[in-house]
Design a protein around this ligand. Structure first.
Ligand SMILES: Nc1ncnc2c1ncn2[C@@H]1O[C@H](COP(=O)(O)OP(=O)(O)OP(=O)(O)O)[C@@H](O)[C@H]1O
Length: 451
């Protein structure tokens, strides 16, 4: 049984951690001060030292130094509050195996400890936070690493995913742009009985209505001009697995009828073919529009709406997931480091404060972009304020004026201004507004903007 020295002055928290670790087959000796820890370390070698960064009589860094002097092979993990992250990063440089930010959940602790025991002393400094955000993904997650979060909004989301995943129910995922709807769809698939078969994601916003039927159901060679080869449609490709229709509100009325028929009959017929193909698919759809409103206006078929909405999940906006914010930030920094071949260790305290104040109208996609860009511009160890995009550092009121994109009443004006500013270039306008081009096109249509 691996032996852990736990150093934490919050007695209740320490007792809770101790109980949990013992339950998971670790031997734990708990002490509440640096002095007690030093005594223990004089005679005993531990497999791992797990210490709070801030202790009443000293700090975790000096404990780390002591451990490293006497037992260089023993991994040390630090527990920190968010405001102490930059200190923790310094500790990593002195040989700490990893740090874990409070509050953390049980899965996270176990993963960090197991990694430390498996890998021994500090790994290369290349991705020092790797055990943090990514590993918060619980066992039910997909191989593409995702953050499952610790906020109550995330817990609810995770619970819904867990409940609905093993069923065959159709799921309608709603949520603002960039909140992670596709990631949720993939998690449902990865936790379903269909996980060994295909997950086919189709962006309905990007398919012209004239070719939608051929995209969905396939066609045979020569069935229309341009059909130069047989084509397998998305439904057939997803057979046995899951089909994810993103931006489902964008389907034309005719395409909606075709989709409904395929779902009801569980059969499809490629264009130009005489043969029906039986399909067994799980359907997941997503939208950032109000589909019920579209139903009321007669733009979306009510029968199809009910067929899609056997279960609905709303993905929370980033500002509703405050406690997850830094977990996501760490995760995106890890991704950026890997993609850009950089070695940025973390964020300055000032940047953390800015991240916590900012409203993140473009949600996770915006955060991912901001961090990637900032990591690219960073020369030192930490991302500092001077590399952040200007809108993040504006006072919140100013900021709202520029970017309160989520407020419906301003959206039309914001879009028109943005388009004017960039000479009607849709890609640039979308970037300026921090939304995808796809969303921009939808909004242009919705507000009947002449662009
Ligand atoms: N739980 C998560 N953990 C890590 N990264 C995530 C998570 N959820 C979303 N992301 C990342 O955030 C970005 C946006 O996610 P996604 O494309 O799923 O959002 P969306 O809501 O489908 O967007 P849109 O409304 O524009 O279709 C992607 O880069 C994705 O990888």
């Amino acid at each position: 049984m691996p032996k852990i020295l736990l150093i934490e002055d919050d007695v209740t928290f320490s007792a809770m951690l101790e109980r949990f670790l013992k339950k998971n087959d670790f031997t734990v000796e708990a002490v509440y001060s640096s002095e007690e820890a030093s005594k223990k370390l004089t005679n005993t070698e531990y497999d791992l030292v797990f210490t709070d960064l801030r202790l009443p009589d000293d700090d975790g860094i000096s404990i780390l130094t002591k451990v490293k002097e006497k037992y260089p092979e023993t991994p040390v993990i630090l527990m920190t509050g968010y405001a102490q992250v930059s200190t923790a990063v310094k500790a990593m440089k002195k040989g700490a195996f990893d740090y874990i930010s409070k509050p953390f959940n049980q899965d996270e602790v176990l993963i960090v400890i197991q990694n430390a025991l498996k890998n021994g002393t500090a790994p290369s400094m290349a991705v020092p936070t790797s055990t943090k955000a990514e590993n918060i993904a619980t066992a039910d997650d997909s191989p593409t690493k995702t953050v499952t979060g610790i906020s109550s909004a995330s817990s609810k989301l995770n619970e819904y995913i867990k409940l609905v995943a093993p069923t065959d129910m159709s799921v309608l995922i709603t949520g603002d742009s960039g909140t992670g709807k596709e990631v949720v769809a993939k998690r449902i698939h990865d936790n379903s009985n269909r996980k060994e078969l295909n997950f086919i994601a189709v962006d309905c916003g990007a398919i012209p209505k004239e070719i939608a039927a051929s995209e969905f159901f396939g066609h045979v060679k020569g069935s229309f001009t341009g059909a130069v080869n047989n084509k397998v449609g998305h439904f057939e490709a997803a057979n046995g697995g899951t089909i994810f229709l993103d931006e489902v509100g964008n389907l034309s009325y005719e395409n909606q009828i075709q989709l409904l028929r395929a779902l009801q009959e569980r059969k499809i017929k490629p264009i130009g073919s005489n043969h029906e193909i039986e399909v067994d698919i799980r359907l997941i759809t997503a939208t950032n529009e109000d589909l019920l409103k579209a139903v009321e206006k007669g733009q979306f078929r009510e029968d199809l709406y009910h067929r899609l909405n056997e279960f609905s999940i709303k993905v929370p906006s980033l500002h509703e997931r405050k406690e997850d914010l830094l977990l996501f930030a760490d995760h995106f920094l890890n991704m950026a480091n890997a993609q850009l071949n950089k070695n940025v260790l973390g964020f300055s305290d000032e940047v953390i404060g800015i991240f916590q104040q900012y409203k993140w109208p473009g949600n996770l996609r915006e955060m991912s972009n901001v961090i990637k860009r900032s990591a690219l511009l960073t020369q030192g160890d930490l991302i500092e304020k001077n590399v952040l995009p200007v809108e993040l550092t504006l006072p919140q009121n100013e900021n709202n004026k520029v970017k309160s994109f989520s407020r419906k009443e301003n959206e039309r004006d914001l879009i028109i201004n943005a388009l004017n500013e960039v000479g009607n270039n849709k890609s640039k306008a979308a970037k300026l507004l921090n939304i995808t081009r796809k969303t921009l096109y939808n909004k242009i249509k919705e507000y009947q903007i002449d662009a």
